[in-house]
Design a protein around this ligand. Sequence first.
Ligand code: IPE
Ligand code: IPE
Ligand code: MG
Length: 251
Amino acid sequence: MSLDLSKVDMASVPRHIGLILDGNGRWANKRGLPRTAGHLAGEEALFDTVEGALELGVEWVTAYTFSTENWNRSDEEVEFLMWFNEDLLTRRRDDLHAQGVRMLFAGDMDDPRIPERNRKHMAEAEQLTGLNQALNLVFAFNYGSQREIVEATRSIANAVLAGELDLSDIDESALQKHLYIPDMPPVDLVIRSSGEHRLSNFLLWQAAYAEFYFPGILWPDFDRHALVDAVVEYQARERRFGAAEDQVQVD
Ligand code: IPE
Ligand code: IPE
Ligand code: MG
């Protein structure tokens, strides 16, 4: 079904959308299926949403596919999610490449618990699609915002110790340069499905001025039409960035 864009102002589509894909397990439970079936259904929802983002002209989408806290799940589920994150790359890579999608990965990739095969497939996908420009699709995999900021801090400290950076030059833009993806723009809109209202360690730095949208549906029920609804709601909000109401710049 083609997208109804009649309510969308195409001149002010969010540049960067963060997706917290939540509710796969509950979706499966409701159907008497194993949690893993929910993750499989969630994959369809993610790629339908990505196609919607392409149609809307969104520049960046960051999808939270595995958090640094998700290791706390059962061995079976963690093993499935590792396999699944890797398998998804091999199955979707060529399609995404054909659509002009640049694939990127943000997370603690030095973690020895990540299987070597995942690392290899992530590197291959990043290399294959590196010059694409239609959409930057970031997989936040083994991602935790607190760890990202700690790693950035450590690398800044190293640069100071090596004499490459002056203490007085440490500011917001210096820290940004040490994040996993230095050219990632701020997040404009964070969408979290499933009715939960929390960030769960997702893009704490990047979402400083994001708008939040919490559709009550479970992630496998999300799709490109739900994305359009989110964008329409986003466009009805007034973003102030600290300015007073009557000072807000409208461009
Ligand atoms: C999100 O769905 C997917 C991942 C964490 C990978 P959940 O698995 O968290 O589903 P619920 O929240 O238990 O329903
Ligand atoms: C956040 O969902 C992580 C991902 C979507 C990958 P969780 O289901 O892990 O978050 P909590 O535990 O409910 O906060
Ligand atoms: Mg969850």
